[in-house]
Design a protein around this ligand. Structure first.
Ligand code: FE2
Length: 275
């Protein structure tokens, strides 16, 4: 099984990149393999923050099966209105339990049940509950209920600190199929299998404007940082980048075989899968 996991989609440029590259990847590799499932972090899709209902449908139409999010998910007022009727749009599992929406979903891919869970970090981030406890409880509850058991479990850990994401992945090594980090918008080159087989990368990166500061127009970011004055950040214009990872899962064992990086941008425009 092949799972394409796309890093934080940022603004209209990110949405265009997603539509373009999901189709191109499927086409280029159609004789070698099929992409069985597409997961993407969509928390920056609408003008750099959150995901309105129109853009949610745009991402679904582009071929994304499950949308994960993070700290900006509730920034757009639309989200509280439609998240409860959209179970494939996740908000962090370890958020305030009074928040609407789900933090986890099981999707059927052929004969396999694939669970996708979204959690959020606590280092340099807003308040959230303990992500270890949240996932331990999830695993315990699902083990008791045969309908809830999945063959494969993939987690998007939306967090700032690489060590926080890595420590979490090591703790659950062997229990989870794959842990990918999101949120920093910078793809890391530490994709690997941990000793007991969980696939891991600290950050998948960002899909959006290439000539930008993590998606935003540089001018306002520099003004804010240099002068420590409030600034309204705008999404940058210009050419786009596409950041993703491709997860290969063994169909016999349901274990991760490899996690490879894809990073397409104006200075590296060819589609390449990097081991
Ligand atoms: Fe974020």
């Amino acid at each position: 099984m092949k799972v394409l996991i796309i890093g934080d989609i940022y603004s209209n440029i990110g949405r265009v990149m997603v539509k373009t590259w999901i189709a191109k990847i499927k086409k280029k590799y159609e004789s070698e393999f099929k992409i069985d499932l597409v997961i993407a972090n969509g928390e920056n899709t609408t003008h750099g923050k959150s995901l309105n209902e129109r853009h949610y449908h745009e991402l679904k139409d582009a071929g994304i099966d499950v949308i994960t999010t993070g700290n900006h998910i509730f920034a757009h007022p639309d989200v509280v209105k439609y998240i409860d009727k959209s179970p494939d749009l996740l908000r962090p599992l370890n958020y305030n339990p009074y928040h609407p929406g789900n933090g986890t979903i099981v999707v059927e891919v052929g004969t396999k049940k694939v669970r996708v869970t979204n959690i959020i970090g606590r280092t340099f981030m807003d308040k959230a509950d303990n992500p270890y406890y949240a996932v331990e409880q999830l695993i315990k509850t699902t083990e008791k209920n045969s309908n809830e058991i999945s063959d494969i479990h993939i987690i998007d850990f939306h967090a700032e600190a690489t060590a926080e994401k890595l420590a979490f992945a090591w703790n659950f090594d062997g229990q989870l199929t794959c842990v990918v980090g999101t949120h920093t918008h910078v793809q890391t080159a530490d994709n690997r299998l941990l000793p007991k087989g969980t696939a891991f990368i600290s950050d998948v990166g960002m899909t959006g404007p290439f000539y930008s500061i993590i998606g935003a127009n540089p001018k306002e970011v520099i003004y804010r940082d240099k002068k420590t004055m409030p600034a309204y950040l705008k999404p940058a214009d210009g050419e786009g980048q596409f950041s993703a990872v491709l997860l290969t899962i063994n169909n016999e064992t349901n274990r991760a075989e490899k996690l490879e990086r894809i990073f397409i941008h104006p200075q590296a425009p060819d589609l390449k899968i990097n081991e």
